[in-house]
Ligand binder design. Structure first.
Ligand code: GRF
Length: 190
């Protein structure tokens, strides 16, 4: 089975998933797609010997180019790990329930366009939440609205800064995303 990872940032989740899959039989990370030539994920991919495909916005949304590419690569599962663009509609339609994303908060709260990265943790701290966490969900055509697959929570105290919350949430991401991705992949029959 073949997985493609989409990442725009440092790629710590992509790296954890790739490392996890070195021990999973009959499954591999075939490709990493990014939209940021300066993304840390590119260096991590190089060390992991995973090819990287860089897209600019025009190419990424150019008709069904990315969809055809991934269909030709016989991809079974698309995993978003900090990818900041919306999936093209034809890609979502070509891969029904085969695109997953991780959001660094407990959807449906603190989700939607613009609610990513540090902004989420600032909003959680500002709202005085007593917990935060991660949401792994299927991807559809609207940000953060697909069916929820898995959530894990962490406690938030009123003295926690957004950085404190980010650290706790990232620990949950690294602890759970690789295994949840492996479970989803195992549940996909060709
Ligand atoms: C994580 O916070 C993830 O929840 C969000 O984007 C960030 C990716 O971080 N989707 P990294 O690039 O995997 O370190």
């Amino acid at each position: 089975k073949h997985i493609v990872l989409f990442a725009s940032g440092s790629g710590s989740n992509a790296e954890k998933i790739a490392e996890y899959f070195t021990d999973v039989p009959n499954a591999e990370i075939s490709l990493i797609v990014s939209n940021n030539p300066k993304a840390g994920v590119i260096e991590r991919a190089r060390k992991l010997h995973i090819p990287v495909l860089l897209f600019d916005r025009t190419t990424f949304y150019d008709t069904d180019r990315i969809t055809q590419l991934l269909l030709n690569q016989d991809i079974d599962l698309i995993v978003l790990a900090g990818f900041m663009w919306l999936m093209p509609t034809d890609l979502v339609r070509a891969f029904p329930n085969k695109i997953v994303n991780i959001h660094p908060a407990l959807l449906p709260k603190f989700g939607g366009k613009g609610m990513y990265g540090h902004f989420v943790h600032e909003a959680v701290a500002a709202a005085g939440e007593t917990e935060s966490g991660i949401t792994i969900h299927y991807v559809n055509e609207r940000y953060d609205e697909g069916q929820i697959i898995f959530q894990a929570t962490c406690a938030v105290s009123h003295t926690d800064t957004p950085d404190d919350i980010a650290r706790k949430v990232q620990a949950l991401e690294h602890a759970h995303y690789p295994r949840v991705v492996a479970d989803i992949l195992a549940s996909i029959t060709k």
